[in-house]
Ligand binder design. Structure first.
Ligand code: HPA
Length: 267
């Protein structure tokens, strides 16, 4: 399937190549509109997800952003949709074949930390795979034994921290816990995850970063905090609330991304 999607992309965009790939989370789709290039619906790409979550679109955008060749996966399939932790494997393999060396995942999350409140961003330093699922279950080769020691690339994290500083935006780092969803967490689970060392919780990203490392792609990820996690805030947690709140952090994230890419290009 990966081969099929690559040949369709090459037919539709003969010059297609990308260095940095983005995966856009709930309410963060605006970045795709800034790319100067072509767009292909996932429906036309074998093995790409048929995205069914409101707040997510379903298209691959290839082109230039801040002078850099990028691929934007606008929309992801989550584990909770069909029970497939490897749902993003074909898209990521396809992008690796187009030359992608950097994966930048974004998501919405619930924060555990008063100093990273809703509307702020969290740079993911490490993760806790609380779902216990791996996208590499069933992978027959020894490549499945992926080392996650520096899964969130220290060099990219430094570049993102520098970009945030240049833009005057707070970007504290923290540990992201992957919860399967689709229900939100119980307050007792949040208490437990916090005790385990997590700073925020969400329903995505971790399987994609595992796949990214499997494909030897350098990874980084930023969470947009849409709410305090269950039991820690006064707002009523809901998907509607996530979609309504994401644009505040998304606007900051967009500025950091444009600066990060311009700096990468200049190096
Ligand atoms: N939990 C899980 N996923 C989320 C949350 C949350 O509180 N907020 C946004 N995505």
């Amino acid at each position: 399937m990966t081969g099929d999607s690559i040949s369709i992309i090459r037919t539709r965009c003969p010059d297609a190549r990308a260095w940095v790939a983005f995966i856009l989370g709930s309410g963060l789709g605006g970045l795709a509109d800034l790319v100067d290039g072509a767009s292909i619906d996932y429906a036309d790409l074998p093995g790409f997800p048929q995205v069914g979550v409101s707040g997510h679109s379903a298209r691959l955008v290839l082109g230039k952003l801040a002078g850099v060749d990028v691929a934007v996966l606008s929309g992801r399939e989550h584990y909770y949709e069909n029970g497939r932790a490897d749902a993003m494997r074909v898209p990521l393999e396809t992008l690796a074949a187009l030359g992608v060396e950097v994966l930048f995942a974004t998501n919405a999350c619930g924060s555990f930390r008063a100093d990273i409140p809703p509307g702020d961003l969290m740079l993911i330093r490490d993760h806790i795979n609380y779902s216990g699922r791996s996208p590499l279950i069933g992978e027959p080769t020894d490549r499945r034994f992926v080392n996650l020691t520096k899964a969130y690339d220290p060099g990219l994290r430094q570049s993102l921290t520098d970009a945030a500083t240049s833009e005057g935006i707070d970007l504290l780092d923290g540990v992201y816990a992957w919860y399967s969803g689709p229900n939100f967490e119980a307050p007792a689970e949040i208490k437990m995850l916090h005790m385990m060392g997590a700073d925020a919780v969400g329903m995505s990203t971790v399987p994609e970063v595992i796949l990214g490392r499997f494909l030897d792609i350098r990874c980084c990820a930023v969470s947009v905090v849409t709410n305090m996690a269950a039991g820690l805030g006064n707002e009523t947690i809901s998907h509607e609330h996530t979609k309504a709140s994401a644009p505040v952090g998304a606007a900051k994230l967009q500025r950091i991304i444009l600066r990060f890419l311009a700096d990468l290009e200049a190096k």
